[in-house]
Design a binder for this molecule. Structure first.
Ligand code: KG4
Length: 340
């Protein structure tokens, strides 16, 4: 009998459901919430209300597109954390109710693990090259920046991580500061393509080991722009492409510096990226270029699997289900989840 897994993701501002048959993706439906745009960031209360409105139609649509009925499901994989508690509560409660009513098991997934395994999403009629274990994953999102050594689908070691802001936060906060809108990453990425990445220079942090820091560069950009605006009030408008390109290049230099070091120290040449910031075109180009130079085999998730989606949660859940993991009905969502 085939394993048919329903994946549910609701950790932040995307309600998503996916169906996987024996590891092959049959559907992946995402309802992105537009309600936050006017606020320059995700409003937790509005996010959980929108999840409540979206969850039933999104799951129904995922089942319909996959051509399966609830009775066909083998198990439900859901995001337990980390994320916004109210948002996680919607997906977790839905998973529990469905598990109870269908009398099928549920498997909890760490959201970050989903991003780390995004390269394992197999689509029908699309050959996919998957990394072999152990591999390194540069996990970069709005809430995390980590270098993770992935020993197996269930075994992870965090080699380094940010000691303050996540790199996605640096993109978002700086975009807001420059008046470019939210979320900042895609806007900066787009403008950076039109600018000169070597025009301006921002101080890079000096953090020991494989850890990161992204709070200083924000301040560096803020002071630089403030001083230049004092001389020329139109500085920002005249130079926004070069500012974005230079700022983005600095962030990529910081990310790549530690990743190269981790690859050297561990002697691992299988390199992947995951998380929202892995959609960044500059980062994708650089990782491929460095890979060519250093003999790495690099794996980039398809764009649709870089941001929050249930396909990656279903895949991570399927690995756990196959390993015999089951989650009891009294499970509660958690906003922080230190262990993988
Ligand atoms: O993984 P994600 O969807 O949500 C979590 O944080 O869990 O990541 C969202 C982050 C935001 O900070 C957003 O600005 C960033 O990913 N992002 C990008 C790009 N697309 C999304 N950052 C840089 N370049 C992009 N193209």
């Amino acid at each position: 009998m085939a394993d048919i897994i329903l994946g549910i993701e609701s950790s932040c501002d995307d309600t998503s459901a996916a169906v996987l048959r024996d590891g092959v993706l049959l559907s992946n439906v995402i309802a992105s919430q537009q309600v936050h745009k006017d606020f320059g960031g995700v409003v937790p209360e509005l996010a959980s209300r929108a999840h409540e409105q979206n969850i039933v139609p999104v799951v129904s649509e995922a089942l319909r597109k996959a051509g399966v009925t609830p009775a066909d499901l083998t198990a439900i994989a859901f995001t337990r954390g980390p994320g916004l508690l109210g948002s996680l509560l919607v997906g977790t409660s839905f998973a529990k109710a469905l598990s109870l009513s269908l009398d099928i098991p549920m498997v909890m997934v760490n959201h970050l693990q989903g991003h780390i395994l995004a390269n394992f999403v197999r689509q029908p009629d699309k050959p996919v090259d998957v990394p072999s274990f152990p591999y390194l994953c540069l996990l970069v999102s709005g809430g995390n920046s980590q270098i993770v050594k992935v020993n197996s689908p269930l075994e992870y070691e965090i080699l380094g991580q940010t000691i303050d802001d996540a790199v996605g936060e640096a993109f978002d906060k700086c975009s807001k500061m420059l008046g470019l809108g939210y979320p900042g990453g895609p806007v900066i990425d787009r403008l950076a393509k039109l600018g000169d990445p070597n025009r301006f220079h921002f101080a890079k942090p000096n953090i020991p080991g494989l850890d990161y820091s992204f709070s200083g560069i924000k301040t560096s950009l803020l002071y630089f722009v403030r001083d230049e605006m004092a001389k020329d009030p139109d500085f920002l408008e005249k130079n926004k492409e070069d500012l974005c390109a230079s700022f983005q290049k600095t962030l990529i230099d910081i990310l790549m510096g530690k990743l190269i070091r981790a690859a050297k120290e561990t002697k691992i040449k299988q390199i992947t990226i995951g998380g929202g910031v892995s959609a960044n075109s500059g980062l994708r180009e650089r990782i491929v270029a460095e890979g060519r130079k250093r003999g790495w085999k690099t794996f980039l998730p398809e764009f649709k699997f870089t941001t929050d989606n249930a396909a990656m949660i279903a895949v991570a859940g399927w690995f756990r289900y196959k390993a015999g993991e089951r989650t009891p009905l009294d499970v509660a969502p958690v906003s922080r989840m230190a262990d993988y």
